[in-house]
Design a protein around this ligand. Structure first.
Ligand SMILES: [Fe+2]
Length: 387
């Protein structure tokens, strides 16, 4: 994978400057953002499982551990449950447990530098409940675009956000991660972010793993799954070996088999796209792996990044593949391929409404206009064993 990383760095350098079409805001320096909250990072949410959500704050100069209190509504007369945050890899983490599902909750964070909240959130969803999640990717350097998309997304009342990777430009630079969470604050304080690792997020310092609390909640891996209502989001690491015989392949097979047995909608999110008509094009290794696994277990959707454009494919063996990756990174030209259903070159995010028998979606641009709509029905598993 070293060659891949080298190529990515080269291509990032080639595309770094002057690639913004006219009307798009240019990249912005960190100094021009006013923080929504007083901490260096957060509060942001990490979803663990139904009824369990961690509230995370990053700040070096607190005199004592922050205390997070949650309650079932905003009324001050309802009883609050308080949890003192623990220090985890330099972050403050308060794990909220036994949260009721489906109903709106609120939390506050009390600390030596101030109190924030109440902030609305949810502890999870029961099966057969309708809900909404958002997807996007490749935020990287386009901070104004990223923030504009987040402010628009924040009005959609999403339960979750799925990011298809390349959260930042240089994974080893801590300031970039702090800026990422500053920009994301209006959404990630209320809705857990579930993010795949992109090639730009890689670094020896492994900030990606630290911020998603991988050590605590993902067996210290960069692949894991989360269930929210009837949806299983499977996060795949496209920088790590995933062919048959690898540990990641075994994980994918087992997560998908279990999801199929539970009759869930399944969404795989990864960075490198199995199908893409964009500048990087299709990653044939990812296509081989997911092209075999997804139809076999009835995975309805694959969400990828890496090419900074929007693409929804025709259904391929029943599976719909997306590239949803203009979250701020420079836009690149593309032309449709045989597998393309819709392509678009402008910043966007995608909304999925999880209905009883389908995923109803729309893609939205910076003006708030919907430029693609779709309905994805459940996909029956084609076989349970490998061919
Ligand atoms: Fe990438």
């Amino acid at each position: 994978m070293g060659v891949r990383f080298g190529l990515a760095v080269l291509s990032a350098a080639v595309f770094a400057a002057g690639c913004y079409p006219k009307n798009f805001p240019p990249p912005t320096s960190a100094a021009s953002f006013t923080k929504d909250y007083p901490f260096d990072i957060g509060p942001y949410l990490v979803y663990v499982e139904g009824g369990k959500v961690a509230v995370v704050v990053g700040h070096d100069e607190l005199e004592a551990a922050p205390v997070v209190s949650w309650r079932t509504d905003t009324s001050t007369t309802s009883k609050a449950t308080s949890v003192t945050a623990e220090r985890v890899d330099g972050l403050w983490v308060a794990e909220l447990d036994e949260l009721p599902l489906d109903i709106p909750l609120t939390y506050t964070v009390e600390s030596s530098i101030g109190e924030v909240g109440p902030i609305r959130f949810r502890g999870g969803r029961s099966p057969r409940r309708r809900f909404r999640f958002a997807a996007f990717g490749d935020t990287r350097t386009g901070h104004k675009v990223h923030r504009a998309l987040i402010e628009s997304m924040a009005k959609e009342d999403v339960d979750l956000v799925v990011h298809s990777g390349d959260l930042v430009e240089s994974g080893g630079v801590l300031d970039e991660w702090e800026l990422f969470y500053t920009i994301e604050a209006p959404v990630v304080a209320s809705a857990p972010l579930i993010a795949a690792l992109g090639n730009h997020d890689l670094s020896q310092r492994n900030h990606y793993k630290r911020f998603i609390l991988a050590n605590r909640y993902a067996d210290n891996q960069r692949y894991f799954f989360r269930d929210w209502g009837d949806v299983r989001v499977i996060i795949m690491d496209s920088e790590e070996e995933s062919r048959r015989g690898s540990a990641q392949y075994e994980f994918l097979e087992s997560a998908m088999r279990d999801g199929a047995e539970k009759d869930m909608f399944m969404v795989v999110a990864l960075h490198r796209p199995p199908y893409s008509a964009g500048a990087h094009g299709s990653d044939m290794e990812m296509r081989e792996i997911l092209g075999e696994l997804c139809p076999r277990f009835g995975v309805e959707v694959v969400l990828a990044g890496h090419d900074h454009n929007y693409e929804r494919t025709k259904r391929i063996d029943g599976v719909t593949y997306f590239v949803a990756a203009s979250g701020g990174a420079p836009i690149r030209r593309m032309s449709p391929s045989w597998f393309s259903e819709v392509v678009r070159t402008e910043p966007h995010y995608v909304i999925f409404d999880v209905e009883r028998r389908s995923l109803v979606g729309r893609a939205i641009n910076l003006d708030g206009d919907t430029f693609d709509t779709f309905v994805i029905p459940p996909l029956e598993p084609q076989a349970s064993e490998a061919p």
